[in-house]
Design a binder for this molecule. Structure first.
Ligand code: ATP
Ligand code: MG
Length: 442
């Protein structure tokens, strides 16, 4: 497959080359092009120093000038142009203390993480593949450039990147690289939560979120998500289940669309099960209260991983309600949607479907039928625009005060009471009727 460089990339490469420098497109864009995928962004590597690059282009941004990176703007898009460099000594396996520029493309490619990420290309020289990256792409293998143990010692984040790329590409991790991951997983303790979070998100939103299993096998989750190891160790002796909690979780992640919050919700939906286990006289396991407890634990985990508030809140709400029992009748669906929040209900249906897909066949048809009914009822409710919140009521606090009620907390309680009545029967959502329910003034 020939690599098709975008016009803007060609022009950036030519401007650098015409000024006497070497320049190549490099890394992820070459990997993705060879795989027949459209790259998200194009990175360029060059022998030109950052100041020299800046002098050649009209519009540039100093993105990471101390690491040799200048962003060149073209038609509203940015292209990262980085000077050939060798990473200096790494401080605690975190950041290189210093980077040294080099005149050699080979040196620059050598410092990159995996063979499939260490290829460069330009139209003059074609593909520069010094470490067998192309063959590894064909064989679907993630392999470190050079000695794996050394590479993970230099930068422990590469441990998570290996699993993340394997999940994104559906590749296997080459055995020596995998062994080195096992030996170095503990070094992830030195990596910041933010960087781990970014890799975890890419892993769980990939086409193979269940490759988290590899992170477990190699000791990565023991460091970054020990709660998941407890799930893998938790059997479920219950007719609804055929997997451990952990295996069920992996299947459930795969069964939901690759949205960040939905995937994280499936990852954490049963996180409290090991803490809620009881076994009845018949030897059946139960996990009463795991959804409520899970809400709190999920929030703690997501905070620890420095997820933003929106994600943390939405995911923990999904965990809280994932197991809600809802009667397949309209007023029950209205009540549930009102309690969870309108935005949540359709997502909860997706969570429930994924949860169900990862359970045993026991009463599957029945459970699916129930979900279908809930979905149908919710659609009707949406279509009819039924009132689900206090804001949608035909009366507001001011109306109540005009009708003689005193301001204060009682006002809110009354509105909530009126909402319950309207959830039962939306026909009753008229100003006249609701006001008629208020105690008469004397
Ligand atoms: P994507 O952007 O699709 O996630 P990518 O391969 O472009 O994948 P980036 O993180 O954008 O990944 O990095 C660009 C390139 O820089 C990589 O292809 C790799 O060559 C190199 N690289 C990035 N991070 C590291 C690292 N921690 N150690 C060594 N090389 C790295
Ligand atoms: Mg990239």
């Amino acid at each position: 497959m020939p690599i098709q460089l975008p016009e803007d990339v060609k022009s950036i490469l030519h401007i650098l080359q015409d000024a006497g420098y070497e320049a190549y497109a490099v890394g992820g864009c070459i990997r993705d092009s060879l795989l027949g995928r459209t790259p998200d962004d194009w990175d360029i590597t060059t022998s030109a120093r950052p100041e020299e690059t800046k002098a050649l282009f009209e519009k540039t941004i100093d993105t990471g000038i101390q690491h040799g990176t200048v962003t060149v703007m073209r038609h509203g898009r940015g292209y990262e142009v980085t000077t050939y460099r060798v990473d200096g000594e790494y401080e605690d396996g975190r950041h290189p203390k210093e980077v040294t520029f080099t005149a050699s493309l080979e040196e620059d490619l050598k410092r990159r993480d995996f063979t499939v990420n260490a290829m460069a290309y330009n139209e003059e020289d074609g593909l520069v593949d010094l470490f067998g990256g192309r063959q590894d792409l064909e064989r679907k293998i993630i392999r470190c450039v050079g000695e794996a143990n050394e590479r993970f010692e230099e930068d422990a984040l590469r441990i998570m990147r290996a699993v993340r790329f394997s999940a994104q590409l559906g590749f296997t991790i080459e055995e020596r690289t995998k062994e080195a991951i096992r030996g170095h997983a503990d070094r992830l303790r030195q990596v910041s939560a933010e960087r781990i979070q970014m890799e975890l998100t890419k892993l769980v939103t990939s086409p193979n979120p269940d490759f988290l299993r590899i992170a477990w096998e190699t000791g990565i989750t023991a460091v970054v998500l020990p709660e998941f190891d407890r799930l893998m160790e938790q059997p479920q002796n219950n007719p609804h289940h055929c997997f451990s909690v952990g295996e069920h979780t992996l299947h459930a992640m795969r069964a939901v669309r690759p949205d960040k919050c939905l995937r994280l919700a499936m990852l954490l939906h049963d996180v409290a099960k090991p803490l809620c286990l009881t076994t009845d006289e018949a030897g059946i396991d139960h996990f009463h209260g795991h959804a409520q407890k899970g809400e709190r634990i999920a929030a703690q985990i997501l905070k620890r991983l420095r997820y933003d508030n929106h994600t943390t809140e939405l995911v923990s709400r999904l965990v809280k309600w994932h197991d809600a029992a809802i009667e397949p009748e309209k007023k029950a669906v209205r009540r549930a949607a009102s309690r969870m929040g309108k935005d949540l209900f359709p997502l909860i249906l997706e969570v429930k479907a994924a949860d169900l897909a990862a359970q045993s066949d026991y009463r599957r048809a029945e459970k699916q039928e129930w979900l279908e009914q809930l979905r149908g009822l919710y659609e009707e409710i949406e279509r009819e625009g039924d009132c689900l919140t206090i804001k949608d009521l035909a009366v507001n606090g001011r109306d109540l005060m005009r009708a003689g009620m005193e301001p204060g907390p009682q006002l809110g309680r009354t509105l909530q009471g009126l909402l319950e009545i309207v959830l039962e029967d939306p026909e009753k959502n008229t100003k006249e009727y609701l006001l008629s329910l208020l105690p008469k003034e004397t």
